[in-house]
Write a protein that binds this ligand. Structure first.
Ligand code: NAD
Length: 287
């Protein structure tokens, strides 16, 4: 069997195009969606991620506000910046690029973001609402994975979904969204014994461990949907996922590539959440 490809790049482009009429409708009500992106320090990978997000905003008609703080910034300075953005009516979404340089406390910064501007879905209130099956903002990467499943007509209901990775940003909210969609979910992590025996039961396998080549062909059930969230660097400096793509594609039914899979979807969902935030703000102002 050769798996069919889940083209995240093409799907992301469709989702972004679908935002255009919503942005026009907001403009007619005197509102331009605005996303503030905060970067602290000079980590080159973070700088690239931030540039990509800002470009995506510009291409889509979302106003971006870029705030760059020096590496040695204090926690207080960062919290002040977040609070000022909370008060700025032109900003509907706030994103703090993670990880923050040590010793800054990333979660404390996220908690300072007004939960209705937390378009990354990382605030404890948003995480809790997702847990309760009543999401306000879904965390962008798992949200993108759910859209990928929808796009290929795979309904998680009744399926066994296995998620590898239990981070607050990806693994846990991924498990919760799949659970809300009525999948039977197994959440695996670095302490899981005999990972392969669990992944082999998966109808839907989401790999989000950040370990290149972790998922090999013998770990995949024939015909399974395999979604690769991992982004790792090869020794040649190329991007690679957690899944051994070449080997797994001959076993899986569907597979997402890296690059061109989950990555573009994460950015698309950030834009979707930002437009949603602007629409809610406009409604609450009676516009
Ligand atoms: P993380 O380091 O916070 O969490 C990794 C998780 O994987 C942990 O819960 C750990 O227990 C688990 N894990 C590690 N090794 C394992 C193993 N051998 N077996 C089973 N579980 C194992 O990372 P994260 O922020 O959740 O990100 C995960 C990966 O996804 C990273 O490669 C990251 O770069 C990538 N990522 C990609 C996107 C995207 O848009 N494509 C977005 C977010 C994260």
């Amino acid at each position: 069997m050769t798996a069919r490809l889940i083209d995240g790049k093409a799907l992301a482009a469709q989702l972004r195009a679908a935002l255009a009429p919503r942005i026009v409708a907001l403009r007619e009500r005197g509102v331009q969606p605005g996303l503030a992106v905060l970067l602290v320090g000079d980590d080159p990978a973070s700088a690239v991620y931030v540039r990509n997000k800002i470009k995506a905003c510009e291409d889509t008609g979302i106003r971006s506000v870029f705030e760059h703080l020096p590496a040695g910034s204090s926690q207080d300075a960062l919290l002040r910046k977040v609070r000022a953005l909370n008060q700025d009516a032109r900003v509907h979404g706030i994103l703090v690029q993670m990880p923050l340089p040590k010793p800054l406390d990333g979660q404390a910064v996220v908690e300072a973001i007004a939960f209705d501007k937390d378009v990354d879905g990382l605030h404890a209130t948003n995480a809790g609402l997702t847990l309760m099956g009543q999401p306000h903002f879904r965390s962008c990467t798992p949200y993108g994975v759910m859209k990928m499943l929808e796009s290929i007509g795979v309904d998680p209901a009744g399926k066994h979904a296995v998620v590898i990775g239990r981070s607050n940003m990806v693994g846990k909210p991924m498990a919760m969204l799949l659970l809300s969609a009525n999948a039977t979910v197994t959440l695996c992590h670095s302490g899981t014994k005999d990972l392969a025996s669990i992944t082999r039961q998966a109808d839907i396998l989401v790999a989000a461990a950040g370990r290149r080549g972790l998922v090999t062909a013998d770990m995949v059930k024939p015909g399974a949907v395999v979604i690769d969230v991992g982004t790792n660097k090869t020794p040649e400096g190329k991007l690679a996922g957690d899944v051994d793509f070449e080997a797994v594609k001959s076993v899986a039914g569907w597979i997402s590539p890296v690059p061109g899979g989950v990555g573009p979807m994460t950015i698309a969902m950030l834009l979707v959440n930002t437009v949603e935030a602007a629409e809610r703000a406009a409604r609450s102002q009676g516009r």
